[in-house]
Design a protein. Structure first.
Length: 156
């Protein structure tokens, strides 16, 4: 399914080895066996067709390619963690933005009070209110520009 030559687990292993300085300590920190770590590194090096570690000394030393992959790998892993946090916050209504559309009357008289009550319950969720004609609000919903719409009357 994936066309990528590496997995997130392989990036985690690379990061742990670089941080811990050895395959054994990296394995311990990841709660896996040292042979499993070695196998993943071998697979990764084979998939990328480049050595990632100099294996001469007692410490696992990254090659230039290893440093390059580690830099990008750190960014990838950070972005994955940030994505998971954002999705969790959104699911728990702990963050994010709710875009609400409303027709003139509804947006002027009904929604300000309702949005105030919502903001008291979910203070970390930003709310954007867009007040337009019913026709324009319906178009915005259909085109994914707003998350929720409340209008009076029929939708054209």
């Amino acid at each position: 399914m994936s066309d990528l030559p590496f997995t997130l687990d392989q990036l985690r292993i690379l990061k742990a080895i670089a941080s811990e300085g050895s395959f054994k300590r990296a394995a311990d920190s990841l709660y896996v066996s040292q042979p499993a770590v070695s196998l993943q590194v071998q697979n990764l090096e084979r998939q990328l067709d480049v050595p990632l570690f100099d294996r001469g000394g007692r410490r696992a030393q990254l090659t230039e390619a290893g440093h390059l992959l580690l830099g990008y790998g750190d960014q990838i892993l950070s972005l994955c963690q940030e994505t998971c946090r954002a999705l969790e916050d959104l699911q728990n209504l702990q963050g994010g933005t709710l875009i609400v559309g409303a027709s003139q009357t509804t947006g002027t008289y009904l929604l300000p009070r309702m949005i105030g009550m919502f903001r008291q319950k979910y203070p970390d969720v930003a709310v954007q209110l867009h007040v337009h004609s019913t026709r324009r609000i319906a178009w915005s919903v259909a085109n994914g520009q707003i998350d929720l719409a409340i209008v009076g009357g029929e939708i054209p």
